[in-house]
Design a protein around this ligand. Sequence first.
Ligand code: S5P
Length: 452
Amino acid sequence: METKKDFFLECYQLGIIKFGRFTLKSGIESPFYVDLRPLASDPKILKKLANYMLDMLPLDNFDLICGVPYAALPMATAMSLESYLPLIIKRKEAKQYGTKKLLEGIYTQGQNCLLVEDVITSGASLLETIPEIENEGITVSDIVVVLDRQQGGKEILENKGFRVHTLFTISEVCSILKEEGHLSDDEVERINDFLAGNVVKFKEEKRISYEQKLDLCDHSVAQKLLEIAIEKKSNLIVSADVTTTQELLALAEKVGPHIVALKTHIDILIDFNSDQTILPLKDLATKYNFLLMEDRKFADIGNTQELQFAYGMYKISNWADLVTAQVIAGYDSLDCFRNVGVVAILGMSSKGTLTDSSYREEATKIALSHPNVFGGVAQNKIPNELLLFTPGINLADSGDGKGQQYNTPEHAFAQLETDFIIVGRGIYKSNDPEKSALTYRIAGWKAYEQSL
Ligand code: S5P
């Protein structure tokens, strides 16, 4: 059976909470941002949400149900459909014509109305809405809320005699997200600080710039990548996970001006042909000045990797500027990658990955000491001597339903001090990949500059 925690994680996938640095309407800086409106766009989730909310209540107490405009309107509607409680609609502003009514629907004086709210912060919007309903002769005794931001609103309303039922609190949600690896200790601490009413201290330590990294990283491919980043003002790598040569080349043409590297999974192409795939791809790489990164994630003994790297139909060693490799087979297994740069897989972005901290520590030691390795793929900070590549970046989603877990460029730069963001579906699945690439490039560069 689905638990409330599972349900929350399902909701989280819709991108309802973002972590980073947000300036609220009041001017205060918050370490998180909540917007529950996406819940209404997933009918299954909305229906489940309605039932979770109704389950918390003694329904016999109510004659009517009403949502605080606008975000709670679909929630109240769904709850009405699930419970047969009649819905009334509260306007934000009275009509300028006709009845000038603030409440629409069928109701009579003396009825008790259940109020629905998406998020409760200070309680201000509820304190504004309740008298407007009560002015129509309707009573309000209970308020049901999806998420309590724990900033005093619930207590204010309870002190005025209302019963406030909340499905989730922000602390509960944070501990779920921490458990699932979506939040670091630092972030949780900052959120707790914020909830305790303190002005949050966002870390002011400076990361080192691409120019400083140029002095620190001596691998020629690392230097080339950094030079391109500085020249193009971009830290974006597009993951071209498409399955035909035509799509690959079309995508490279569109995103080429905005990227430092194009990441391929060359073995997913159904029509790979060295002359027709690689030659034009290399031309585009020269035309737009980006590198080719083959995300092969080698994971075998040195001898086999050497064959996989240089032989077979893909002949990766002939065209890739950099490759990804697991370090599972140990230091010597990486010796075969001559003439390319290796980005070691230190930690993965997927749910339940086995790359725990002790694995990452050992893998990082190998990455630091092997001359072929100049970077790492990880979801945590790595030493400055290595360039950090962070996949699992998406501005719109927080997951893909297949285990992928997404973060924003802001998170990757502010929390992980990443060097390069890797974006796949956020770009190649969008209606306008060129425009999306530009959006991610700007977001990535801004996040980099802000982290300096
Ligand atoms: O931990 C990882 C490592 C990699 S290289 N998680 C990842 O998602 N990747 C790759 O990045 C993955 O193979 C895919 O090509 C890309 C992410 O694609 P997206 O569509 O989820 O952005």
